[in-house]
Design a protein around this ligand. Structure first.
Ligand code: F0G
Length: 456
């Protein structure tokens, strides 16, 4: 087979500012060894997130010019609504400014003390929006999903037996909603199979519970189904997407991922009474129901992005380029979550730096090394992000110590990715010299954003 190429030409470019190793050492020290506190201009290749970092197409920019900025009933809303309906099949489409705004609305209405929600793995904003209402968020990931070194085609699947046991124990009257996150971001960008979506739906149906998709990366998930699940190899991605959504009663979406835009989201559902309540809350917090915190131009860009995201040449390139980075790293012995995910490669910091215990934050050590070595910005997803303290002040570590290299959509070329692989491999070869870190400042909540560190 010939090389899978970027399925686009480039007509507008953004220069990268080069820095020297000495400059980066100083920049990192000034930022308290926290790459969230480094200016983007001081980063060569920015793999902090795939969210809101996509390059828009010329047709999306044309949509920006077409945007109808009428307050109510704008033409752009109807274009957006039709594009979302085509994929989700849902009746009520509510635009929001990003994913967490949709989460805030649905969970404020359905949550509250004594309520429980379950998912394969809740993303942190979703969990935070549930817990903020006093409700509990429970992750029911299948066993292989919890082991970075075990390779399986659908490591994002929910444990269906655990779901049924959870419903019996908790009481279905205390569970407003079940959520499947596709792909499973917090668990390595791993997909959920169609069979698992169907099985979860069957349990939900048995107990009369609604199922929602956290649909951020729905097209990447659908492409994995096409590649890996029997019976789907000859179906089009759009058909697979439509089937995935057909088992769900609604969705929350961050259009900053698989709608190829820099801002936007939605809440979609079929329950008219619930939709009315959501729209009423939307008016208070986001805006009128035909714009929901977005400009008309943003709605146009999302609608066009949804056409482009299901293009199979795009998805082939997208999934292959992530896998390509993963393969280069695996071939050099760098331990990662296997197989490579859809939007990111996750380095397994426990195996990368086995001599550093969680309280020395091995993931943070790798993040700092990648920045110093090559100006590559990654993010720690381990005990810096999820660590808690017990009553004696001892760290309760996260389940996994990971470093995420998230790949923005349509932004970097193959040689950028080759460069990233070289930087990671260089860091791996120097791992004996890498030090642990201690925290010198931390905020009481979401400490990873603002914490400051010092090498031990
Ligand atoms: N759900 C998932 C699975 C996500 O990955 C995100 C965002 C959200 C919900 C929230 O969407 O940012 O538009 O409010 N993930 C980003 C990331 C921030 O870097 O993984 P949002």
């Amino acid at each position: 087979m010939k090389t899978i190429i970027e399925p686009f030409r480039i007509k507008s470019v953004e220069p990268i500012r080069f820095t020297t190793r000495e400059e980066r050492i100083k920049i990192l020290e000034e930022a308290g060894y926290n790459t969230f506190l480094v200016r983007a201009d001081d980063v060569l290749i920015d793999l902090l997130t795939d969210s809101g970092t996509s390059a828009m197409s010329s047709d999306q920019w044309a949509g920006i010019m077409r945007g109808d900025e009428s307050y109510a009933g704008a033409k752009s809303f109807y274009v957006f609504e039709a594009a979302v309906k085509k994929i989700t099949g849902d009746e009520f489409i509510i635009p929001t400014h990003q994913g967490r705004a949709a989460e805030k609305i649905i969970f404020s209405i359905l949550g509250g003390p004594g309520k429980y929600f379950a998912s394969n793995t809740f993303f942190d904003t979703t969990r935070a929006n549930i817990e903020f209402t006093g409700a509990e968020a429970v992750d029911l990931l299948n066993e292989t999903g919890k082991h970075p070194e075990q390779s399986a085609p659908f490591k994002g699947n929910m444990d269906v037996e655990a779901l049924e046991a959870f419903i019996k124990k908790t009481g279905k009257e205390n569970i407003p909603l079940i959520v499947l996150t596709v792909t499973n971001n917090s668990g390595g960008g791993q997909p959920v199979s169609m069979q698992n979506i169907k099985d979860v739906k069957a349990v939900c149906k048995k107990y009369d519970l609604p199922l929602f998709l956290d649909a951020c990366r729905f097209a990447e998930n659908a492409y994995f189904i096409k590649l890996r699940e029997k019976g789907y190899e000859n179906k089009s991605v759009i058909e697979i997407c439509q089937e995935m959504f057909s088992y769900a009663d609604g969705s929350t979406m961050s259009a900053k991922k698989d709608a190829l835009v820099n801002i936007g989201g939605w809440l979609s559902l079929n329950d008219s009474e619930l939709a009315l309540k959501c729209r009423n809350l939307l008016i208070v917090t986001e805006g009128f129901p035909t714009y929901g915190g977005l400009a008309g131009r943003d709605l146009e860009a999302i609608a066009q992005g949804l056409e482009e995201i299901v293009d199979e040449h795009y998805l082939q390139y997208r999934i292959r380029s992530t896998e390509y980075l993963g393969e280069k790293m695996m071939n050099a012995g760098v331990p990662i979550i296997e197989p490579p995910g859809g939007h990111a490669i996750y380095i397994d910091a426990k195996r990368f730096l086995p001599d550093l215990s969680s309280d020395k934050y091995p993931g943070q050590s790798i993040v700092c090394e990648l920045y110093i070595e090559g100006g590559v910005r990654a993010v720690e997803i381990g005990s810096v992000m999820f660590g808690k303290y017990d009553k004696t002040g001892k760290l309760i570590p996260a389940m996994m110590e990971l470093v995420r290299l998230a790949i923005p959509r349509r932004v970097y070329t193959q040689s950028h990715i080759d460069y990233v692989a070289e930087v990671v491999i260089e860091a791996y070869n120097n791992r004996d010299k890498m030090k642990g870190y201690e925290i010198t400042y931390e905020a009481p909540m979401l400490r990873h954003f603002t914490a400051r560190f010092k090498p031990i």
